[in-house]
Ligand binder design. Structure first.
Ligand SMILES: Nc1ncnc2c1ncn2[C@@H]1O[C@H](COP(=O)(O)O)[C@@H](OP(=O)(O)O)[C@H]1O
Ligand SMILES: [Mg+2]
Ligand SMILES: [Mg+2]
Ligand SMILES: [Mg+2]
Length: 352
């Protein structure tokens, strides 16, 4: 008998591989007018839209009844002014859909030669990500390009896919086209997939092949600890991380990296602590920014909570509700980190 969620894992990996190829090729050809600014002032590119259209189309073919919570929606593309962008997105999504099948791909997922879709079908595929989320049933959450700012800088970004059942993450997949396969060789081969299934562990697979390496978070010596945090100070308070690091006696500078690549790196033993400290504006974290990453870390032997030590709740809709920030670390380190976070918060309050 096959393992639970074997087909979902296979499809998710295929979709992530295709989306990684799509986004890498977009980066090399991206022109200035292919990026929009969304209502919340954040950027979105033709790559984000085309990758969501691709992943959502494949999910629909394989699991037609499953709803999707996706970051992007097609409203801006349906408007007359969106025509140039729309045509480009259709071209990109179709290039990815008709790419030849590789081992593990199934033609019934709507991929392979001759599988191109119309503009209307692809816009509908993007909008299938409009599901509100919730506590019960199966649902997917996708972030077609997580770390769009990193993507635009040519730095780290991630294609992120997760399956939730009754608000529990069962499957998490992250594709990181720009991430070195071997952290010890930062100038070596780039392009990694991370995959975790609840109870089945966490694995890394190179984008160039199919060999799967199990990941286990090591117990780092205190002197080896480094924090991982966002590049963007608006997403995570860098000064709070500095205070927490000094309380913990960490002297190394933080590793700043965009996207859920941070969770993948943590799972394979880099840094030891991922801190996402709220900036005080009441921002609500999105489920697609944490669902796959949190499973990678917990399956590799780590623990993930919000900045106050509360478990992440994926059952509240599209956001994580009252979960603010993230603290992720090895199980034996996490408690110490949380205590330092609380001390840093108390210090900040005393200063006001
Ligand atoms: N004020 C804020 N605080 C925390 N996260 C924010 C934020 N504004 C945007 N984000 C989220 O931060 C994500 C990137 O995470 P990171 O900073 O770790 O690279 C963005 O994902 P997208 O790039 O997919 O939009 C976005 O959802
Ligand atoms: Mg975004
Ligand atoms: Mg994101
Ligand atoms: Mg995104």
């Amino acid at each position: 008998m096959s393992q639970p969620f074997a087909l979902e894992r296979q499809l998710g990996l295929s979709a992530a591989r295709r989306a990684c190829a799509l986004t890498s090729s977009v980066f090399n050809k991206l022109v200035k007018n292919e990026t929009l600014t969304k209502g919340d002032k954040s950027p979105v590119t033709v790559g984000d839209y085309a990758a969501q259209a691709l992943i959502s189309s494949m999910l629909k073919n394989a699991f037609p009844a499953d709803p999707i919570v996706g970051e992007e929606d097609a409203a801006d593309l349906r408007a007359e002014e969106g025509k140039v962008l729309r045509d480009r997105i259709v071209e990109l999504a179709n290039e990815a859909l008709v790419a030849p099948l590789v081992e593990g791909d199934k033609p019934e997922w709507g991929i392979g030669p001759g599988q191109a879709k119309s503009a209307a079908e692809l816009l509908d595929a993007i909008d299938r990500g409009n599901y509100d989320g919730g506590r019960t049933g199966r649902m997917w959450t996708i972030d077609p390009i997580d770390g769009t700012k990193g993507f635009l800088r040519g730095e780290q970004y991630a294609v992120c896919i997760a399956l939730l059942v009754d608000a529990q993450v069962q499957l998490g997949i992250i594709g990181c086209p720009n991430l070195p396969v071997d952290p010890a060789q930062p100038d070596g081969e780039r392009g990694c997939l991370f995959v975790a299934v609840l109870g089945q562990g966490c694995h890394q697979i190179p984008l160039s092949g199919t060999s799967s390496t199990p990941l286990h978070m090591p117990t780092p010596a205190p002197s080896d600890l480094t924090t991982l945090e966002s590049v963007e100070a608006a997403h995570s308070s860098h000064s709070t991380t500095d205070t927490i690091s000094s309380i913990l006696g960490i002297t190394r500078p933080p590793i700043r990296m965009d996207s859920q690549a941070k969770y993948g790196c943590l799972a394979r033993g880099e840094g030891g602590i991922y801190l996402r400290m709220p900036t005080g504006v009441g921002y609500r974290e999105k489920i697609w920014d944490h669902a796959p990453g949190s499973l990678l870390v917990s399956e590799a032997g780590g623990r993930v909570t919000d900045s106050r030590g509360t478990e992440l709740d994926f059952g509240l809709g599209r956001t994580l509700g009252e979960n603010f920030g993230v603290v992720a670390a090895g199980r034996e380190v996490h408690g110490r980190v949380l205590a330092a976070v609380q001390e840093a918060t108390a210090q900040a309050k005393a200063k006001v």
